[in-house]
Design a protein around this ligand. Structure first.
Ligand SMILES: *Cc1c(COP(=O)(O)O)cnc(C)c1O
Length: 383
């Protein structure tokens, strides 16, 4: 049905009407005082969201631009980095690091499993010569629905003394607690189409004090993504290049909504939706893909044994206008993923669960009594 599409993918995520309307006005000059006011205001709001007194810079691009910028602004040719890889995004940061000629040491875990903090501790402790310059890790691994223990891994990086933590928080920021300063994160990357409740197009890189010190010695090639330029402009409430002005209107509106809800309430909502979705899938006999206890607050990956996940996903879309995400790479057809990130309410979760149950019924694939999933979700939501 026209205009009925509900996005329950891990990005782009649903966008509130207020945010859409904020965007639908004529652009203003990006060197005007009016625009400077917006930059000033959103910069303060972004620091609040990141729980940092450091810099949070906005770039025109998607989350990958934020991460690439983070990597190339604090590292130099041939630097050794430790890269966590337990899914598609972990794989991506390995590729980016290699593309820039970094000496990449990969710490892997099977897809569906979390990265083992002890493996990071061991590698960092063994590095007595202090060759490791950075640890690159994905907090919420969207491809598998696994949340990694970023806090513990970062504490091991801090104990090393000189290595930096570069964290992909693209689907954890605005979904769960990521206190940048308290945990000692040096670089945090994120993107507007995820927890920010905005359309795609803005990327955010937060840089702590230690990251800026590393920036001074960094010699990797960069121009558009040279964060020094953005820092200098930000000091004058401006941008070095023409920014995505209308997305700034959206950013201001979305961060205002987030501040009105409050960080604790936002995190509690995502946790509730994670629990409800997990309970519902278990109740209808569809196993979760992520290891028990490591489900992401942003996305639940489901591995419906004996059922073609793609066929199920397509049917849910055709019948109910709810878009779920498929599995990536070798998980295609084996896994579907339910996004519950950003502008998602209890009703959305109940509806998605009901649609999945009804679709299984229609396909003759139901393994539990109809309503079992909705019941389990409702119980979690009522907790
Ligand atoms: C979406 C996402 C990204 C960024 O992807 P883009 O398509 O470049 O926005 C990075 N990491 C994770 C974990 C993501 O979910």
């Amino acid at each position: 049905m026209q205009d009925k599409l509900t996005l329950m993918i891990p990005g782009p995520t649903p966008v509130p009407e207020t945010v859409l309307l904020a965007m639908s006005r004529h652009p203003i000059g990006h060197r005007s005082a009016d625009f400077q006011k917006i930059v000033k205001r959103t910069t303060a709001q972004l620091k609040w969201l990141h729980q940092t007194s450091g810099d949070v810079l906005a770039l025109t691009g998607s989350g990958t631009a934020a991460m690439e910028a983070g990597i190339i602004n604090v590292l130099s040719k041939g630097d050794r980095v430790l890269c966590g890889d337990n899914g598609k995004f972990g794989e991506r940061w390995v590729k980016v690091a290699k593309a820039y000629g970094l000496d990449v040491q990969v710490i892997k875990a099977d897809w569906g499993q979390p990265l083992d903090p002890e493996a990071f501790r061991a590698a960092l402790e063994a590095d007595t010569g202090k060759a490791i310059r950075a640890v690159i890790i994905t907090h919420s691994e969207t491809s598998t629905g696994v949340i990694n223990d970023l806090k513990t891994i970062t504490s091991h990086v801090r104990a090393h003394g000189t290595a930096l933590t570069i964290a992909d928080c693209v689907t954890s920021l605005g979904a769960t607690n990521v206190p940048m300063d308290e945990w000692g994160l040096d670089v945090v990357g994120s993107g507007s189409q995820k927890g920010y409740m905005m359309p795609p197009g803005l990327a955010f890189v937060a840089m702590g004090e230690r990251a800026w010190t590393a920036y001074e010695r960094s010699d990797l090639p960069k121009f558009y993504l040279d964060l020094g330029k953005y820092r200098k402009s930000a000091a004058a409430d401006s941008n070095p290049f023409t920014p995505a002005i209308n997305l700034y209107f959206a950013l201001e509106a979305s961060l205002e909504i987030m501040q009105a809800e409050g960080l604790e309430a936002i995190f509690a909502r995502h946790d509730r939706h994670r629990r409800a979705t997990q309970a519902a899938m278990k109740a209808i006999g569809l196993p979760l893909y992520a290891a028990e206890g490591y489900g992401s607050p942003a996305i639940t990956a489901v591995a419906p044994e004996g059922i073609d996940a793609e066929a199920l996903r397509k049917k849910v879309k055709d019948r109910f206008d709810i878009l779920l995400a498929g599995g990536q790479d070798h998980l295609k057809g084996k896994v579907f993923r339910i996004g519950h990130l950003g502008f998602v309410c209890d009703r959305d979760v109940i509806t998605a669960v009901a649609a999945i149950e009804a679709t299984l019924q229609e396909l003759g694939l139901a393994k539990a009594a109809i309503g079992a999933g909705v019941g389990a979700a409702a119980l979690e939501l009522a907790r």
